[in-house]
Design a protein around this ligand. Structure first.
Ligand SMILES: *[C@@H]1O[C@H](CO)[C@@H](O)[C@H](O)[C@H]1NC(C)=O
Ligand SMILES: *[C@@H]1O[C@H](CO)[C@@H](O)[C@H](O)[C@H]1NC(C)=O
Length: 414
């Protein structure tokens, strides 16, 4: 008898245990699914196209190069004073990015590659979320391209760009989306383009201005690759012919009649296409020549470009609309210099887990585009200014310069 009663009670206990386990598991699963559902269902997308502010006729871009984010608090800083070493990690990079955002209040952030240092993290996705975290926290529209280190963890370049394009407030794209002329005009990815992270963004004129419905500044993003195994060993990646072709297509695509009419009538930059800025990671070989020219900023290390010259400069010069290029890769070069009419500017290393130089603060670049105002109305682009911010106590602003000044008296020069 006793035995049966014991069995019965243990069966009841077991039954209760099972029911509660199932209930517990069910609620766990449900919570998990709900969390996932939330994450996927509501990508917060900024309003596109971008547009110049109607209050002051500006559009401000913050360029953040080479964050080299690893695993957060456990990723140590490189090239900081030895007294700082114990207290310094990726979190310092995050604090710097937050300070930049608070001080400059950019309209848009361009992350120009080596956003994460792949080999320092076992989880690329987690590292990306932390690296771009401040942009998401402050709800600033942002875009990123890849460097040569981003893919050295658990995701390849295509996977990285896909995830980056799906993150909140990101306006990045994996590759150009074009309308397929053969089918119903549906959007399709342009195939036969090399790399991942080639796309363009437009900045429309201010509300209430003649350019309210048109782009007056284009932003081109290009994937400069990672590494390539050539006969004589490894070389850095470069921009391929297919990417230059895409750029030519964009730059030669004439705007509609209405745009041309308005633009030619009221802009001091009378061309068939709007002026443009380009962003990519690895410098082109000609940047080395700037060592002998006048530059603003510092040239402190060899330009680590690809040994392949694919004719990027020649193409940009021939396009005429690309006025400035913003690059990264070399952390302790932070200069701007002009090559055949096109400005090439380094962002300067922003990340503490990347190499730097003791006593030379981490930094980032600000690019401010300003419109011309005539008779109380915002018109086309008048000038582009740039400066850098240092991660020192004052967040010092240095090397301010005017890169582009569109002079109305030279109306027929372009
Ligand atoms: C990194 O952040 C810590 C904590 O705020 C700070 O004490 C340290 O000075 C910072 N290090 C550098 C190099 O900025
Ligand atoms: C822009 O488009 C809106 C809506 O279609 C229109 O009302 C407005 O007049 C247009 N503005 C200009 C400057 O073309």
């Amino acid at each position: 008898m006793g035995c049966v009663a014991e069995k019965l009670s243990s069966t009841i206990v077991f039954f209760i245990f099972q029911v509660s386990s199932i209930y517990f598991l069910h609620s766990l699963l449900l919570a998990h699914v709900m969390v996932n559902f939330d994450g996927v269902a509501v990508k917060s997308s900024p309003e596109l196209p971008f547009r110049f502010r109607s209050e002051d006729g500006t559009f401000k871009i913050l360029q953040v190069a080479d964050m080299h984010y690893g695993q957060g608090a456990i990723s140590r800083c490189r090239d900081v004073p030895s007294s700082e070493f114990k207290f310094c990690s990726d979190l310092n990079t995050t604090v710097f990015l937050r300070r930049l955002i608070e001080a400059e209040k950019p309209d848009f952030i361009a992350f120009t590659g080596d956003n994460i240092f792949g080999s320092s993290t076992p989880d690329a996705a987690e590292s990306l979320f932390h690296a771009f975290g401040p942009a998401l926290e402050y709800r600033i529209p942002w875009a990123a391209i890849l460097g040569n280190h981003d893919q050295e963890s658990t995701m390849d370049r295509e996977e990285l760009m896909s995830l980056i394009s799906l993150m909140d407030y990101s306006v990045s794209e994996v590759n150009p989306v074009v309308r397929d002329p053969s089918s119903s005009g549906e959007k399709v990815f342009l195939d036969r383009i090399d790399g991942f992270g080639n796309y363009n963004l437009m900045v429309y004129g201010a509300y209430g201005s003649p350019f309210a419905n048109h782009s007056i500044l284009d932003l081109f993003f290009l994937d400069s690759g990672d590494r390539f195994t050539a006969k004589r060993g490894q070389i850095y990646g470069w921009i391929r012919e297919s990417q230059l072709d895409w750029l030519r297509g964009l730059s030669q695509h004439e705007q509609d009649e209405h745009w041309r009419h308005n633009y030619l009538r009221s802009s001091c930059f009378p061309r068939k296409t709007p002026p443009a800025l380009a962003f990519f990671h690895i410098p082109i070989p000609e940047v080395r020549n700037l060592y002998y020219r006048e530059i603003v900023g510092e040239f402190q290390e060899a330009v680590a470009c690809s040994s392949m010259n694919s004719g990027v400069l020649k193409t940009l010069v021939s396009l005429k609309n690309v006025k400035a290029v913003f690059i990264g890769h070399d952390h302790i070069n932070d200069f701007c210099g002009n090559l055949d009419g096109v400005w090439f500017c380094y962002g300067g290393g922003s990340g503490y887990h990347g190499y730097g130089m003791v006593g030379w603060p981490r930094r980032a670049r600000v690019i401010l585009a300003e419109l011309l105002k005539t008779e109380g109305t915002w018109m086309g682009l008048e000038r582009i200014r740039t400066w850098k911010r240092l991660d020192d106590e004052m967040l010092s602003m240095i090397d301010e310069q005017v890169m582009l000044l569109v002079s109305c008296s030279h109306h027929d020069a372009a």
